[in-house]
Design a protein around this ligand. Structure first.
Ligand code: ZN
Ligand code: ZN
Length: 661
C-alpha cells in the first residue's frame, strides 16, 4: 500500500544493511529492502490436513555477494513440548549464486529426522497435526560469505501455519481471490514481494483460486515494474498459470497518479487488471506521481485487452515528512475516473492488519510471534486509521454509497472489491518502518481479505467478468449472498435463472421483491448481525436464528411508492471471538448490490423481460395450474385490477402474440 522512495532514506539504508549483515563486499545496484534480502515464507493457513505446506526461500541480489556461497536450506518443526525436529535439509554444497534472484520451494520431506517421511509431501497429517491445530516452523538459509572468508551465515524465519477447514463457498461456481497483491516485481527500498514459484505452490493450500499481480508501476530506474520487467512478469505468469484457465495469476498494475492533475505532489493509486501493455505510473525520487489519473486511464482504455480499472485504497492516507504522501481519492478524482467506461469501482477493503509485533523490536521479522500463546504482542485499536483496517474500510464504503446513489437513473454500476495488499507476505507482513529503525511486522497476509467471485467457467475471463459486474462479495470470514430465488429451490444459482449480486432486475411499481439472503460461517464463528440496505437506507437487520454453519431466509421488499431505480445490498459482522494471540476480533462480509431498475408497467409481461411473449403465457398457465413458473412474477403487469394472475392474463398475452404476427 504505502510506497516511499527517498534518496535520503536510500543512503541511510545502505549503511543499515551493511551493519546488519556485515557482508556487503560490493555496493548493490540499488538498496535492498532491509530484512527482505533473505526470506523464507509459507502460507498462513492451509485447507485441511492433507493440503501441502510449501516453504519458499528467496535470496535477492544473490550475485552481489550478499551470500556468494549457498550451503543449505533447512526446516524444523517446533513441537508443542518445546523440542524441535528437522523435517527438511537440502544441501547446495556451497554453490556460488550468480543470478540476481534466487528461489527455492520445499514441498516434500527431505533428510527428515523421521526417515519414514522422506519423499512424502509436507502436510499437517504427515507432521501429526489435524484441522484446528497450529504448526510452528523455523526455516533457515545457511551459507558462507566471501567477506568473512570461511565465515558462516545463517538467517532464519519463524512461520506459523493454521490448519483449517476449507473456506466456505456457496457452490463450486464461486472462486476466492485476492484483488491486490504484490509479487517480487515490486522491489524497492521499502517493499519487496514474493517469488512466483512459492506463491503458485501456496495458493491452492491457502484456498485462493486467483490472485491479481498488482505490482507498482513506478517505472523508477530499476525498481518495480517497467517495460522490460513487465515482459519478464508476463513470461513467468505464462509459465505458472494453468493454460486451460489462465489462472491463478491475473496480471495487473498499481499505478501512481497525480492527486491533482498537473501538480507533481503526492500520489493516489489506481489498480488495473488484465492490461496487455505496461502502463507507466512514473514517480520521482520523493514519491510524487508525475502523470495524471486521466492520462493513465486513457492508456488503459487504449490497451488491446479489456482492462478493468479500480480506485486502490481510496480512503487511505500517509503523512510522512518530506515525501510524497498517499492521498484519499477526491470527488474530482472520482469524477475524472467515471468518465472512463472501464473504471468499475473501488477497492474498498485494503489489508487486514489487526495485530503487530513489539515496537522497536529489530528482530521481529525473524520471529514476530513472541506474545502470549506464541501470538502477536500488540492489538491495534479498531479506531486507529493508521493501523487497523477498519476506519479506512468504513470510510471507503461511505464513499461508495455516494457513488452508488449518484449513478442511478440510468444505472451505472459502481462495484467494490478487496485485497490484502500483501507484498509477498504469505505468512505475515513485514516491511521497513517509516522511521527506518525497525521493521514493521503485522498479521496482514495474502488472502486475509478475500474477494469471492461468481466465475462458473473457472477461468480468467469469468473472474474478470465477475469483478467488472459486481458478481462478488468481499470478506475476511463468512460468505453472504443476496438475490432472488426465482425457482424456489432455496439456493441462489444464477445459471438456473436466479438473480444474484451484480445483476440488474427490471421491476415495476408496486411489485414485491422476495429477497433471499444466505450465509455461511467461517471457522464456526456465529454471525451477529446481517444488515440489508435499500439505497442508503437500512431496511432490515437480523441475527440468524441458529448458529448453524449455513442458513438462509427470505424477506419481502415492497417497491410501493418507489419512483426511481434503487439497489439492495447486505453487510454482516460476526460475534466477537478470541483469536490465537488472545485478542478479540470479528469477521465481516460486504456484498455488491442487486440493482432494481424501475420501468413502466407492461400489461401481460408477467416475467418482466420487457416483452409479452409465449414465456409469459406458459408462466401464467403454470400459475393457474398451481405449478412453480420459475420466474420473478411481476404482479403489477396484470391485465385487470383483481390483483391476481389468471386466465384473463393468459388470454391477453395470446391475443398480443397473435396480433403481432
Ligand atoms: Zn497502494
Ligand atoms: Zn499495493
Amino acid at each position: 500500500m504505502k510506497k516511499v522512495i527517498l534518496k535520503i532514506l536510500t543512503l541511510t539504508l545502505s549503511v543499515l544493511f551493511t551493519l546488519s549483515n556485515s557482508v556487503s563486499a560490493k555496493t548493490p545496484r540499488y538498496p535492498n529492502t532491509y530484512s527482505k534480502d533473505f526470506m523464507a515464507d509459507a502460507p498462513w493457513r492451509v485447507q485441511g490436513k492433507t493440503a501441502k505446506i510449501p516453504v519458499g526461500f528467496f535470496i535477492k541480489d544473490s550475485d552481489y555477494n550478499d551470500l556468494p556461497d549457498l550451503n543449505s536450506v533447512e526446516i524444523y518443526l517446533l513441537k508443542k513440548d518445546g523440542t524441535q525436529e528437522k523435517i527438511y535439509y537440502h544441501s547446495f554444497g556451497g554453490i556460488r549464486l550468480s543470478q540476481v534472484y534466487w528461489e527455492w520451494v520445499a514441498e516434500n520431506f527431505e533428510n527428515a529426522e523421521n526417515t519414514t517421511l522422506n519423499g512424502k509431501p509436507i502436510t499437517a497429517e504427515n507432521l501429526g497435526y489435524d484441522v484446528g491445530d497450529v504448526i510452528e516452523l523455523k526455516a533457515y538459509i545457511r551459507g558462507s560469505d566471501q567477506w568473512w572468508q570461511g565465515g558462516s551465515f545463517s538467517i532464519s524465519r519463524r512461520l506459523r501455519v493454521f490448519v483449517e477447514n476449507p473456506f466456505p463457498k456457496p457452490d463450486s461456481d464461486w472462486l476466492y481471490g485476492d484483488a491486490h497483491y504484490h509479487t517480487r516485481y515490486t522491489t524497492n527500498v521499502y517493499e519487496y514481494g514474493a517469488g512466483m514459484a512459492t506463491i503458485r505452490a501456496s495458493l491452492g493450500s491457502l484456498g485462493l483460486d486467483w490472485v491479481t499481480t498488482t505490482d507498482h508501476a513506478s517505472n523508477y530506474s530499476w525498481y518495480d515494474l517497467n517495460e522490460s520487467r513487465w515482459g519478464q512478469l508476463k513470461n513467468e505468469i505464462a509459465e505458472f498459470n494453468d493454460p486451460t484457465s489462465d489462472l491463478p495469476f491475473i496480471i495487473g498494475e498499481e499505478i501512481a497518479c497525480e492527486p491533482v492533475a498537473g501538480t507533481d505532489k503526492d500520489v493516489i493509486h489506481l489498480l488495473t487488471y488484465n492490461n496487455d501493455s505496461f502502463i507507466p505510473g512514473t514517480i520521482n525520487s520523493l514519491n510524487d506521481a508525475l502523470l495524471s489519473l486521466e492520462s493513465r486511464l486513457a492508456e488503459t482504455e487504449s490497451d488491446s485487452n479489456n482492462v478493468l480499472a479500480f480506485a486502490a485504497h481510496p480512503s487511505d492516507t500517509t503523512d510522512i515528512f518530506g515525501v510524497g504522501d498517499i492521498r484519499v481519492w477526491s470527488d474530482t478524482n472520482f469524477q475524472t475516473a467515471m468518465k472512463f467506461q472501464n473504471f468499475y469501482g473501488l477497492e474498498v477493503w485494503n489489508t487486514r492488519k489487526t495485530m503487530s509485533s513489539t515496537p522497536g523490536g529489530n528482530l521481529d521479522h525473524i520471529n514476530p510471534f513472541t506474545g502470549a500463546n506464541g501470538g502477536w504482542i500488540t492489538k491495534e485499536s479498531e479506531g486507529d486509521s493508521g493501523n487497523h483496517f477498519l476506519p479506512n474500510l468504513e470510510a471507503a464504503i461511505s464513499k461508495w454509497i455516494i457513488l452508488l446513489e449518484n449513478n442511478l437513473n440510468p444505472i451505472r454500476k459502481v462495484v467494490i472489491n478487496g485485497g490484502s495488499d500483501a507484498h509477498g507476505d504469505l505468512n505475515y507482513f513485514s516491511n521497513m518502518g517509516f522511521n527506518l529503525e525497525r521493521l514493521d511486522t503485522n498479521d496482514n497476509a495474502i488472502g486475509k481479505v478475500r474477494t469471492l467471485v461468481y466465475a462458473p467457467e473457472h477461468n480468467k475471463n469469468s473472474v474478470l467478468d465477475a469483478l467488472q459486474n459486481g458478481n462478488s462479495i468481499i470478506t475476511d470470514g463468512p460468505t453472504l449472498l443476496i438475490g432472488v430465488d426465482v425457482n424456489n429451490d432455496e439456493k441462489l444459482v444464477r445459471k438456473e435463472g436466479d438473480f444474484i449480486i451484480g445483476d440488474i432486475i427490471p421491476v415495476q411499481n408496486p411489485d414485491v421483491i422476495p429477497l433471499m439472503i444466505s450465509w455461511q460461517l467461517y471457522n464456526n464463528i456465529p454471525i451477529q448481525t446481517i444488515n440489508i440496505y435499500m439505497g442508503d437506507e437500512k431496511i432490515y437487520e437480523f441475527r440468524p436464528q441458529s448458529d448453524a454453519e449455513h442458513g438462509y431466509t427470505e424477506i419481502q421488499i415492497s417497491l410501493e411508492n418507489k419512483q426511481l431505480d434503487s439497489y439492495l445490498r447486505a453487510e454482516c459482522i460476526t460475534d466477537t471471538f478470541v483469536n490465537y494471540s488472545g485478542f478479540s476480533d470479528r469477521y465481516r462480509a460486504y456484498t455488491n448490490p442487486v440493482w432494481l431498475q424501475l420501468s413502466d408497467t407492461m400489461k401481460g409481461d408477467i416475467d418482466g423481460n420487457r416483452s409479452v411473449d409465449m414465456r409469459d403465457t406458459i408462466s401464467i398457465l403454470k400459475i393457474v395450474a398451481g405449478m412453480n413458473p420459475e420466474i420473478l412474477i411481476r404482479k403489477s403487469n396484470e391485465v385487470g385490477t383483481d390483483g391476481k394472475i389468471g386466465i384473463e392474463e393468459a388470454v391477453y398475452t395470446l391475443k398480443v402474440i397473435s396480433e403481432m404476427k
